[in-house]
Design a protein around this ligand. Structure first.
Ligand SMILES: Nc1ncnc2c1ncn2[C@@H]1O[C@H](COP(=O)(O)OP(=O)(O)OP(=O)(O)O)[C@@H](O)[C@H]1O
Ligand SMILES: [Mg+2]
Length: 330
């Protein structure tokens, strides 16, 4: 995609929906990144261009919402044989919401399990920080002598509870079951499914010269059936590395080359910001570079060129409002 197009879009990012744009009877939940319109048994997930880091919304990134919606839709398609997911098909809806808006998906409203199912293939990120500090990783005691970015013999599940506000808290699988957050048999099924999804993700990524390092799934129940909800394998929920430089960097103990929003996080850290206090103002140059990274990620993973459906916030709002009106039962 042309840099010039991204530059122009810096001023027309889509910041999200507001309740007054919605018909009566539709509720609106504003997450950090997405807005969720709901009525009865359906939801419309609307991906804004907001970007969060360290659990704070800090800026907007051109096309981010569209890039991630498309990437997630692509991955749902790649994994549909493993577990039913929450998406309602275009046939069921009579329209293709993604093609119309670039960033709306219509899904079944699920009874969400109150845990984020994090799967890790490598020792990095917060798990590495915990390990270095001698702490267990979500209740898992790792062996001594592991190195930065080392591959685990088998991927680990390191869940966290979904906190209503603030940071999510790590929780062990045993605690999830003993505290009754998720019933034992269902949790077993969740773990098995998460590992199968992660395996598929790693296989597909490997074909693209990428490593799916870690990710987070959210599951729910729909008509009593375990259902994959939320988003899957996007740059917001996952970490990807370039495979070709993995070994050399691992051997010398340096940071891996990352595909996703790590550019943005690293810039923040360089400014001395790691979540507390007043965040720095994000310069357009960084927003632009971040947009390029997101678009590259989409193209590398899906093998498809990114051609945005919409780039003007006003037009996007209108398209989302129309879809909500058409697809939600009120
Ligand atoms: N099928 C579904 N049924 C019900 N709720 C869903 C479904 N899919 C996703 N959700 C919920 O919709 C919300 C999406 O919002 P979003 O991810 O932007 O915000 P957040 O989870 O509050 O913050 P963040 O992901 O940035 O930590 C989440 O709370 C997610 O659990
Ligand atoms: Mg979320």
């Amino acid at each position: 995609m042309k840099i010039q197009l991204i530059e122009t879009a810096l001023d027309t990012c889509f910041e999200g929906l507001s309740a007054r744009e919605l018909p009566a009877g539709v509720s609106l939940y504003t997450g950090k990144v997405r807005d969720v319109a709901a009525a009865k048994d359906r939801i419309v997930l609307v991906a804004s261009d907001r970007i969060s880091a360290f659990d704070r919304v800090l800026s907007t990134i051109p096309f981010k919402g569209e890039v991630l919606s498309r990437l997630s839709a692509w991955w749902f398609d790649q994994t549909a044989d493993i577990v039913p997911n929450h998406l309602l098909s275009d046939t069921e809806l009579g329209i293709d919401p993604l093609a119309l808006s670039g960033r709306c998906v219509v899904a079944k409203k699920c009874d969400m399990l109150p845990v984020e199912v994090v799967v890790r293939g490598y020792l990095t990120g917060s798990a590495w920080r915990d390990y270095q500090a001698g702490r267990s990783v979500s209740g898992i005691q790792l062996p001594r002598g592991l190195n930065f970015c080392e591959k685990f013999p088998v991927p680990l599940i390191t869940p966290s509870t979904k906190a209503a506000a603030g940071h999510d808290q790590p929780v062990s699988s045993a605690e999830i079951v003993s505290s009754g957050l998720v019933q034992a048999e269902l949790w077993q099924q969740v773990e098995k499914t998460a590992l199968a999804l992660f395996r598929r993700g790693q296989e597909v990524a490997a074909e693209r010269g990428l490593i799916l390092v870690d990710t987070k799934y959210e599951f729910g129940l729909s008509d009593g059936r375990l259902t994959l909800a939320d988003e899957i394998h996007t740059s917001d929920s996952s970490r990807y590395w370039y495979a070709d430089s993995y070994q050399e960097r691992f051997a010398t103990g340096v940071q891996q080359r990352e595909l996703d929003k790590e550019t943005f996080r690293r810039w923040l850290l360089d400014q001395g910001f790691s979540g507390d206090g007043q965040p720095p103002v994000i310069p357009d140059e960084i927003r632009l570079q971040t947009a390029v990274r997101y678009i590259e990620a989409y193209e590398a993973i899906s093998g498809q060129e990114f051609i945005p459906v919409q780039s003007d916030a006003q037009a996007i709002k209108q398209a989302c409002a129309d879809i909500i009106k058409q697809c939600l039962p009120v």
